[in-house]
Design a binder for this molecule. Structure first.
Ligand SMILES: *Cc1c(COP(=O)(O)O)cnc(C)c1O
Length: 404
């Protein structure tokens, strides 16, 4: 039997801070988050006593069905959506993005074969669009400005009679830019196109009013807001046509067959409810920590570039380029100190290609490769941030001096 050895001994309860994983400082909340204790507690009965199949007629099945529908209502409430029929559960953000884009492309193929998206989308969107191009669709990849913003005017100029879908993310996962979704959706609708938004990073971090956002489709992922991994949701506005994703049983109103992941659905619902309930207090805490971290670092170091905007940015996101060094080396040395951050997105970490997002905002290859993303969560503390401020500048100076 394989045994996975954890690389550091688990600290005793008294020694570990609330935001600590063992004795590490976790600043990679855009990659994933720790499952909330309350959420875990709420999920457990659906692994144990309440194991019924929601499709079964008997009481055990009905209990599971009730839990699924209650979770759906929690998503509805958090998004301020109109009806539970607009909420589908999926296996995560990637599936939601794939389904939204492929599902609309297929359902509206008679209208046209043109899609508009941006150059800074998550790969779940970009690679789906590239796949559609191979199937005969045309895709426009809009540029962004120096802060990562998509210009509504660019959408207006790119949109055509045969445009079926505009897919622009609500918040960028690498540099935290919040996109002008409402304005873009309005333009899409004026021209008879649908609007999809990847709200995976936005959910739980900024308020979402899906009705007024103009989005016809919206993707969520539970593990980005302290829910379970492998669990997501797709909002589909009433009246929007969407091709079925999986064929088989009648689950998710015939749209996504397969026995439901009941504990996962319960977990997503609870996590989104909890994140929404505490959104404002957590947002101001996280924002204050980010300001402290940013200023603490800039006071001690020259040659630091902020990637992304100062305003209209996810509260927990800080993405910096430290000129003259490799972000990857900095990441590894921080890891040795027990500090978890990221260079570029987690999906591209380990590859030497500079981030497509940083290249799109006009950074040079060197500047892009000098980047470090630190994403703060509500469990992080001032003491942890101060520890990073104490350690990081010295590591950067050492790396710079080694380069001569
Ligand atoms: C993490 C992420 C995804 C993918 O979600 P998974 O649930 O991990 O598949 C998609 N889009 C964005 C913006 C993300 O940050």
């Amino acid at each position: 039997m394989d045994i996975i050895h954890i690389t550091r001994p688990v600290r005793d309860e008294a020694g570990g801070g609330k935001g600590k994983y063992m004795d590490r400082i976790y600043l990679d909340h855009a990659a994933t988050t720790r499952l909330s204790g309350k959420v875990l507690e709420g999920m457990i009965p659906y692994f144990t006593d309440c194991y019924g199949n929601p499709s079964s007629i008997h009481a055990t099945g009905r209990d599971a069905r009730k839990a699924v529908e209650q979770a759906r209502r929690k998503v509805l409430a958090a998004l301020h959506a109109g009806s539970t029929q607009e909420i589908y559960f999926t296996s995560g953000g990637t599936e939601s993005d794939n389904w939204a884009i492929r599902g609309v492309a297929e359902a509206y193929r008679d209208k046209g074969k043109h899609i508009i998206t941006s150059r800074i989308e998550h790969h779940a969107v970009l690679h789906t669009c590239q796949w559609l191009e191979k199937q005969g669709w045309e895709v426009t990849y809009l540029p962004v400005d120096a802060f990562g913003r998509v210009s509504p005017d660019d959408v207006r100029n790119a949109i055509r009679k045969d445009t079926v879908l505009v897919s622009i993310m609500m918040a960028n996962n690498e540099i935290g830019t919040l996109e002008p979704i409402e304005e873009i959706a309005e333009i899409a609708h004026e021209h008879g196109a649908l609007m999809h938004t990847d709200a995976v990073q936005a959910a739980g971090a900024v308020p979402i009013f899906v009705e007024t956002s103009g989005a016809d489709l919206l993707s969520l992922s539970a593990h980005k807001f302290e829910g379970p991994k492998g669990m997501g949701a797709l909002y589909v506005r009433k009246g929007t046509r969407l091709a079925r994703l999986l064929h088989g049983g009648e689950q998710e109103r015939h749209m996504r067959a397969g026995t439901e992941n009941v504990p996962g659905m319960v977990g997503l619902g609870l996590a989104l409810e909890e994140a929404t309930e505490h959104l404002e207090e957590r947002r101001s805490h996280v924002l204050a920590l980010r300001e402290r971290l940013y200023h603490g670092i800039c006071e001690q170091l020259d040659g630091v570039l902020l990637n992304g905007p100062l305003e209209d940015r996810l509260p927990g996101n800080l993405n910096l380029s430290f000129l003259g060094i490799e972000g990857e080396s900095l990441l590894l040395l921080l890891d040795l100190e027990g500090i978890a951050a990221s260079s570029g997105s987690a999906c591209t970490a380990g590859s030497l290609d500079p981030s497509h997002v940083l290249m799109a905002i006009g950074r040079s290859r060197e500047e892009a490769q000098a980047s470090l993303r630190m994403t703060i969560g509500h469990e992080n503390t001032e003491e942890e941030i101060d520890e990073v401020i104490r350690l990081l500048p010295g590591i950067v100076r050492n790396l710079r001096s080694m380069r001569g």
